[in-house]
Design a protein around this ligand. Structure first.
Ligand SMILES: Nc1ncnc2c1ncn2[C@@H]1O[C@H](COP(=O)(O)OP(=O)(O)OP(=O)(O)O)[C@@H](O)[C@H]1O
Length: 700
């Protein structure tokens, strides 16, 4: 009889109510299934022992055989602790407990031979091991089921509560006994034989009790593949359902606006990447399904014209379009950029932001509802209930990181059918992450910069080089260029940052005096109208220096600006630095980015600055960022559910992810509803989707 894996953990022999509570609370293990899917995060070779005189100060896990010869209680400022002398024939070390002393005293025997296992520390001229795992030597030999012992995540904190790694290992062993090691297969025979994957039973056994390194690797591969495969299957099915269920407006015509723009007004030859992406968008818009596409393009790669030409497709089919940007500055910039083209084509376009006057607002609302207004650009003011379109066919959203999914869906509700949606981002998301998090969106990538761009020269300079930096600024201004100087502005320390910015502004104004030099300043505390005024002065070239906070981070386009100076650069994240640098290098001139720091740098800051100096490639930078910060931080908490991986590692297992995606795709291509007999196994597993947060809760 097979054991139901949904059985509460309390029923497993050796668990008991107290341990069950701890397992539930501390490790989230409620059922047999949760326990079997608690995957080790590393393995230790338990056939190797150290003599005390062989120990090294590298804080690694070791096993030592010896005897406890005495105990003593030490009460010091750092707290009470129990210290045991542990001795072998080569020397003595200490075993230390800060908690659970009573239990230790009652249960450990003096002068018996133990195997002590744990991390060694070098302290006061001696080695010690805090909260070691101790096992009588004869027990150790009996219990040794595998030369490589699994170490389970976060069990350290439970050590002194009686749930050691060994206990976990024992109860998992018990689970194998009670279930006879029989677990349902979750991948089809076809797929397994094609990829030479070991079966589920063997994988589970060998991941917990590896017989050999080779079997462990195969077990890990199979389980990682399975985890990623089901995530991909889930995302691709979501995408397919979306496409079949959610109809979109078909844009079949390539009409006058598009053709006229293409033939008469195109300001430059499109890059191949821009052409390819436009084709992808056109194919989406022409199909019956609603487009849901993410357009990724590095800073300055030319997303705006792609957005505009997509808007023209909507207009040519009798629909309205909107473009929503995260800040007022950006909306204004988009508006100004598109206005020129719209005027040439006789297209009606308006801007709606928080600072649009009521009278103007009324006109916009009216003309939008009666269909006169064809394009609306703006901030999230577009989401207000009063904003009603006659027939919104395409919604473009710039910089999706700043808008929540909920906000986006508000745009949908403004129509009978949802509009086509194009989300643009200049923060390249590493391909791996995009695939696992946005696998349900279609993705287009502009991976080519417009021709003639010189790559930006980036350097790192310390405060003491400031005079040279200022001289350099003067030379650049003399050549007719413009300069950005950016200060950090972080919420927690707003006052200090504000002071830094103002001090910086004053000193710049002193070193670059009027009337020869004109300096603008833009920061988040200014009124939108003032910000816009200052921005416009800089855009028009009336000021040569722009002192600003990160409000200028995204999208600002002033091609004549050729130097970006980032103050306290160590305080910025990598993608933010890259975004800021992307404000220069947008014209034909050689551009520069100078990263200024004054403090001693942490290793992490150093890596960030070195990466910036080394490369201009946004995707490469995004990968480094992913390594430094981890996926959760990059994507925010919203998507972290998807990234709640138990065995695969989104960074290291990129190859397995690609493989999993490839197979999930090809299976669904032939059999989208998983109806074929050989795919029943996937369907059965997939049907439980949605019920659980974690993929392993339904792979059983
Ligand atoms: N194919 C092209 N050839 C020459 N110049 C181009 C081309 N495409 C765009 N540009 C110019 O490159 C600059 C950057 O384009 P755009 O503002 O669209 O970039 P972006 O992708 O929106 O970047 P960001 O996200 O940094 O704002 C603009 O000045 C634009 O006119």
């Amino acid at each position: 009889m097979s054991v139901n894996l949904q059985t509460p953990i309390d029923y497993l022999k050796g668990v008991g109510p107290n341990r069950a509570d701890l397992l539930r609370k501390e490790l989230g293990i409620h059922t047999y299934q949760d326990l079997i899917n608690l995957f080790p995060n590393r393995y230790i070779d338990r056939t190797q022992f150290y003599k005390i005189n062989q120990l090294q100060r590298n804080n690694a896990d070791v096993q030592v055989i010896g005897k406890i010869t005495s105990f003593k209680e030490v009460a010091q400022k750092r707290g009470k602790r129990l210290v045991a002398k542990f001795q072998d024939e080569t020397g003595t070390m200490e075993l230390v407990w800060f908690r659970g002393q009573k239990w230790i005293r009652e249960n450990l025997k003096l002068n018996k031979t133990y195997v002590a296992f744990g991390k060694t520390n070098w302290f006061s001229g001696k080695f010690n091991m805090a909260h070691p795992e101790l096992e009588l030597k004869e027990e150790h030999e009996k219990n040794l089921r595998s030369a490589m012992q699994a170490v389970y995540p976060s069990t350290e904190k439970l050590n002194n509560k009686g749930v050691t790694n060994r206990v976990i290992s024992k109860i998992i062993q018990q689970l194998f006994i009670e279930t006879n090691g029989k677990f349902n297969e979750t991948l089809s025979d076809n797929l397994r034989s094609e990829l030479k994957l070991i079966n589920k039973q063997s994988a589970l056994f060998n991941v917990h009790f590896p017989k050999t390194q080779e079997l462990l690797s195969r077990a890990q591969f199979r389980l990682k593949f399975e985890e990623l495969f089901y995530i991909q299957l889930q995302l691709i099915i979501k995408n397919l359902i979306h496409k079949s269920k959610i109809k979109g407006f078909p844009f079949n015509q390539v009409g006058t606006h598009f053709n006229s723009f293409f033939k008469n007004h195109l300001p430059f030859e499109l890059t191949n990447a821009q052409k390819r992406v436009l084709k992808e968008i056109r194919a989406d818009l022409g199909s019956n399904a609603q487009m849901n596409r993410l357009l990724q393009g590095d800073v300055g790669s030319g997303k705006t014209i792609v957005a505009f030409m997509s808007i023209l497709m909507a207009l040519d089919n009798g629909f309205q379009a909107c473009l929503m940007a995260p800040t007022e500055i950006l909306s204004v910039q988009h508006y100004n950029g598109l206005l020129d083209w719209c005027n040439k084509l006789n297209i009606r376009i308006k801007l709606l932001t928080g600072s649009t006057k009521t009278s103007e607002r009324r006109i916009i609302h009216e003309s939008l509802e009666n269909g006169e207004l064809q394009i609306l650009i703006g901030t999230h003011a577009l989401l207000e209930d009063k904003v009603k379109f006659k027939n919104l066919g395409l919604a473009i959203i710039d910089e999706q990181h700043r808008f929540g999914v909920k906000q986006r869906s508000k745009l949908w509700q403004k129509n009978t059918l949802p509009p086509h949606v194009l989300v643009m981002t200049a923060t390249p998301i590493p391909r791996t992450l995009a695939m696992s998090v946005y696998g349900d969106l279609d993705i287009s990538i502009i991976d080519e910069l417009p021709p003639g761009r010189k790559s930006i020269k980036t350097v790192h300079r310390y405060d003491k080089n400031r005079l040279n930096v200022f001289k350099f600024i003067r030379d650049e201004i003399d050549k007719g260029r413009q300069i950005y100087i950016v200060y950090p502005l972080i919420q927690e320390n707003e006052k200090m940052d504000y002071k830094d910015l103002m001090d910086g502004y004053e000193s710049i104004s002193r070193d670059f005096p009027m009337p020869k030099y004109q300096t603008s300043i833009v920061h988040g505390k200014m009124k939108p109208a003032d910000k816009d005024f200052e921005m416009q002065r800089f855009i028009k070239g009336e000021t040569q220096i722009m002192v600003a906070t990160t409000v200028i981070e995204v999208g600002v386009n002033v091609p004549n600006a050729s130097v970006m100076i980032i103050e306290s650069a160590e305080r910025f994240g990598l993608s933010q630095l890259h975004q800021l640098r992307g404000r220069v290098g947008r014209g034909a001139e050689q551009s520069y980015c100078i990263l200024m720091t004054s403090h001693k740098l942490s290793a992490n800051s150093k890596t960030r600055l070195e990466t910036m100096v080394r490369t201009n490639d946004g995707f490469e930078i995004a990968e480094v960022d992913l390594h430094l910060r981890g996926p959760g931080d990059i994507m925010g908490t919203q998507q972290s559910g998807v990234l709640n991986l138990k065995i695969a590692d989104i960074i290291k297992d990129n190859d397995i992810l690609q493989l999993a995606r490839h197979h999930a795709k090809s299976i669904l291509k032939i059999d989208p509803s998983l109806a074929l007999p050989e795919n029943q196994i996937f369907l059965k597993t997939y049907k439980q989707l949605g019920k659980y947060k974690n993929i392993w809760n339904y792979i059983s």
